[in-house]
Structures are given as C-alpha cells and as structure tokens.
Design a protein around this ligand. Structure first.
Ligand code: SF4
Length: 392
C-alpha cells in the first residue's frame, strides 16, 4: 500500500486507495450505470432480485423506475437479507456535538460561517458531563461531532476529548473535519475506534457548488479520508451522501456503493457502515433542488442492502418516527436516538445553534421499546468483527 502520510492537502488522491477507485469509477463505469438505472426493464429487476451475487448493473436495475413499482418485492428481499446477515439486532448510538464553531461555508449547514447563530465549544469537563448523561441513558457508543475550526476545534482538543472519555465510554467515533494520517493515529491511540466522513456529494460539480468556502472545498482530500483513517488504525468507518444535494440520487447511490465496495476491498479489516441522510431544515435555509421522497429513500435502502449485504446501515433522527420504524426492517442496523445536534443539551439545556432540526424526538428508551415491540433487540454495545462481510 502506498504511504498515505500526507501532511499537506495536495490535489488528487494517492494511487492504490479506495478514493482512487471511486475516481476511476466516476470516470469510467458511472455513466453507463446511470443509463441502466434509468432504462432497466422488469426483466432486469427480476434478474437483480434473483442474483446470488449482485453486480453493479444489478444495483442499477434495483435503483431504476422499473424497480420502484416493485418496492414490496425489494423490501421482502432486503428484509430477508438483513435478518440472515445481521439477525434482529439494531445498534444504538448517540451523537455528542462538542462544538458548532466553523470557518467553512457549506450551503446546507446551520453551522456555516456567516450564519448569525449562537456558537459554543464544550470544555473537556462539559464533554465528559454530556457523555455521562448519555451513558445514564444507556448509550455505550458515542459519536463526537464538531464543525471545522482548526484553532478552536484543534487536533489537540479532539485528542483531549477522546482521551477524557475513553476510560468511561466503551466505543468512541468521530465525525469532524478530515485530518491527516498522523492525526488519525493520535486519535486511535487516545481511544477512538471509528470515523464517519460523508462525502456529502460525490458529483464533483455539485460538491464544488455547495462547499463555498473553507478546507472542505478540497474534494479529493475528503474522499481519501477513510483511507488515511484506516491506515492509521481506525477500525470502524462510515461513509455516505447527503441526499438532496445532487438532483440525481441514483447516480449518488451508485457512487456511494462503489466507494463502499472499494473500502471493503482495500480495508477489509474495517467494519463499514453507510448512511443515507436526507437534507433537513437548518439555519441558512438551503432548499434541495430535488428532494428525495420517502418511497425513493426506501427503494435506495433496499437496493443498497441487496448490493452490500454485510455493510451496516445507519439511520439518524433526521427522519420521522413513523418513517424510521418503517425503514428499520428493510436493512437498518444502527440508529441514533434522543439526539441533540447542538453542543451541550444532554446534561443541561443549551442555547447553541443546532446543526439541523431533529425529526424523531423520541427518547432513547422509547425508541428501544419500539424496537423491541417490532421484534428487534436494541444493542447498546457490540463487538467489532462479529459481522460477516461480503467478498467484493
Ligand atoms: S458541514 Fe461541516 S464544514 Fe460545512 S458548514 Fe457545516 S460544520 Fe462547517
């Protein structure tokens, strides 16, 4: 493997990485697969549903308008696959927002620099207090989230947060500004086991249009972040696309799936999950040009479950209670609950600006009860390596 120890942010991605595989996919196979996703026939959908080992053109068929009219068939197959690969368990996690300071401008985000909102960065003692409030609610896996401010939310600050929580929190992940390999290694050494980094928009033109200012504008640097993290020893990876940014959700799904398979191939020791967040109202008032409907989200989830049978799927409180309950049997393996998207708010009320409006405001206990009533076991802590993975 080519060394990924890049301290600066060069253009391009290192060869031999999942990121380079994604760029090659977009330059090569994507266009034909987009066409297939638009034009697939009923026979294509039948073949994709019946395949024992699905190829990218099967995924395209499952994403097609022809498959949309077969949603019950897709749902039955996705449900059966999920039960076979994951059982009836759903992992519970909670986001812990440590800061909403940000110097970047992303058009869709309430934390964007320039939005006149209440900013706050938690002191380490406050981070610990928030974590304890979440531990009291049952959570054992916490996701530390922050905006991009290299001085206020510095590498040292993030390492200090992880180090402070590691003795008490069994499983810690981060969803923060992307860093170099050395910083990921420091986070791992402090006790971090997971990294979530959504590309937001895989389509480069859309990415450039919505990331107006700041370090996040560097598409390639972000795309290769999971590779750098895996090289540094991060054991759980999460990737995703923010649905609604790019008008063609099928193209985004095809590229996300290619990224997931590339990570499975390159970093097979890592536990991988994908996420399908849809845009939510936030300060700044961004409106998606082409919102993804509930039915499209369900089709997308089914198609990805069938194409990536051993990859976890995460569902956040962005979605309503009724929709979350309906989507879980189709392939969801981890959910957040009782989330606050502003720094502070678990231990005490916080007046800091949230990143987006939460749609499912049920308590973690209520979500757990609902899961049990539906025949699922809410798991507050799980063990890496317990899941089988698909060979790419
Ligand atoms: S998405 Fe991240 S980088 Fe962009 S404005 Fe929001 S917090 Fe800042």
């Amino acid at each position: 493997m080519t060394s990924l120890a890049l301290e600066s942010r060069p253009a391009g991605v290192p060869p031999g990485t999942a990121a380079s595989d994604v760029l090659a996919f977009m330059d090569g196979a994507l266009e034909a697969l987009r066409t297939k996703a638009e034009q697939a026939t009923d026979a294509d959908v039948d073949r994709a549903l019946g395949a024992s080992r699905r190829r990218a053109d099967d995924l395209a068929a499952l994403l097609s308008p022809a498959a949309a009219s077969r949603l019950e068939d897709l749902a039955a197959a996705a449900h059966a696959t999920t039960i076979r690969r994951f059982g009836r368990v759903v992992r519970m996690f909670a986001p812990l927002y440590v800061s909403n300071e940000c110097v970047s401008v992303c058009t869709y985000c309430g934390f964007a620099a320039g939005n006149d909102v209440a900013r706050r960065t938690l002191a380490i003692d406050e981070v610990r207090e928030e974590a304890r409030a979440l531990l009291d609610r049952g959570f054992r896996h916490l996701l530390l989230v922050a905006g991009e401010h290299a001085r206020i939310v510095s590498k040292d600050y993030l390492v200090d947060c992880v180090r402070a929580l590691a003795p008490e929190v069994p499983s810690l992940s981060v969803e923060v500004q992307v860093w170099d390999t050395a910083t990921y290694a420091r986070l791992v050494e402090a006790g971090c086991e997971g990294l979530i980094v959504y590309q937001e928009a895989y389509d480069p033109a859309t990415y450039a249009a919505v990331h107006v200012k700041g370090k996040k504008r560097n598409y390639d640097w972000r795309l290769a972040a999971p590779d750098r993290a895996a090289e540094a020893g991060v054991r759980r990876l999460g990737v995703g696309a923010l649905l609604g940014l790019h008008p063609d959700w099928r193209a985004e799904a095809l590229t996300l799936a290619a990224h997931a398979r590339a990570i499975l191939r390159r970093w097979w020791r890592c536990d991988l999950a994908i996420s399908l967040p849809r845009l939510r109202p936030a300060a700044g008032g961004f409106q998606p040009e082409r919102p993804v409907t509930d039915a499209e989200l369900a089709q997308l989830l089914c198609a990805l479950r069938l194409y990536l049978p051993d990859v976890g799927v995460s569902l956040s409180t962005r979605e309503s209670p009724a929709l979350r309950d309906a989507l879980i049997p189709l392939g969801v393996t981890q959910v957040s609950a009782g989330s606050h998207t502003e720094p502070g708010g678990y231990a005490h009320p916080s007046d800091a600006e949230p990143q987006f409006e939460v749609a499912d405001t049920r308590s973690p206990a209520t979500v757990a009860l609902t899961l049990r009533a539906a025949g699922y076991e809410p798991v507050w802590m799980d063990t890496i390596g317990a899941r089988r993975r698909a060979s790419p």
